[in-house]
Write a protein of this length. Structure first.
Length: 211
């Protein structure tokens, strides 16, 4: 590491990029069991934000595992590294002023705390997509729970690997009780109330511009 010399002082800074975009970067971190509805809700939140002219990027855990994390398995160390890399990528996007939606089971309190610290607590909104295990299994179109219960998949969260529910998530969505639309509206309303961290606290696009 002694031959690595970061050049953060030489690149265009976050504030300037946010001014160009007219928005503030933030990470919406969706956590929950497989089948709880993380990507489903996040995708609709992204569409709603995009319709308001907000630049977004959705980082889905399964997609990430087919690319930069394709060399990782599902043992504890690999799962932690999976979350670390996802958090680092999310941080890069938020430093560009992009509203980033990261979807990953991220099963332990420690993993999510690590992600929050990598990204920065001020830029991290934890969204717990909460659904009972039996409901998640009923939505299992990929047959993953069936394989896990049959012993064909090891270290599967909710079956032979634990999921530690967030103690105080910033947003708690019970997808078995409310529709996707209701969940999306809850997220958008929470963002609008966010104060200094909200996604809609935009920088003045017209500052220093001439008609």
């Amino acid at each position: 590491m002694k031959n690595i010399h970061p050049v953060f002082d030489q690149i265009v800074g976050r504030a300037e990029k946010e001014k160009i975009l007219g928005q503030r970067g933030v990470v919406l971190w969706f956590t929950g069991l497989s089948g709880a509805g993380k990507t489903t809700v996040a995708a609709q939140v992204e569409r709603s934000l995009a319709s308001r002219g907000i630049l977004t990027q959705l980082l889905d855990g399964d997609n990430i595992r087919t690319g930069i994390n394709s060399n990782l398995g599902f043992i504890e160390d690999d799962r932690r590294e999976n979350i670390r890399r996802l958090a680092e990528v999310s941080r890069l996007f938020v430093q560009c002023g992009v509203v980033t939606l990261a979807c990953a089971i991220s099963p332990t309190l420690e993993m999510r705390a690590m992600a929050r610290q990598i990204i920065s607590p001020e830029d991290f909104i934890e969204i717990f997509i909460d659904s009972p295990l039996d409901v998640c299994e009923s939505r299992d179109v990929k047959g993953l729970y069936r394989k896990a219960r049959a012993g064909e998949m090891k270290h599967f969260t909710g079956i032979d690997a634990p999921f530690e529910a967030p103690l105080e998530p910033d947003i708690h969505l019970r997808t078995h009780e409310f529709s996707v639309g209701d969940c999306v509206r809850t997220v958008l309303a929470a963002l609008e109330r966010w104060g200094g961290r909200k996604a809609f606290e935009t920088v003045n696009k017209h500052e220093n511009r001439r008609p």
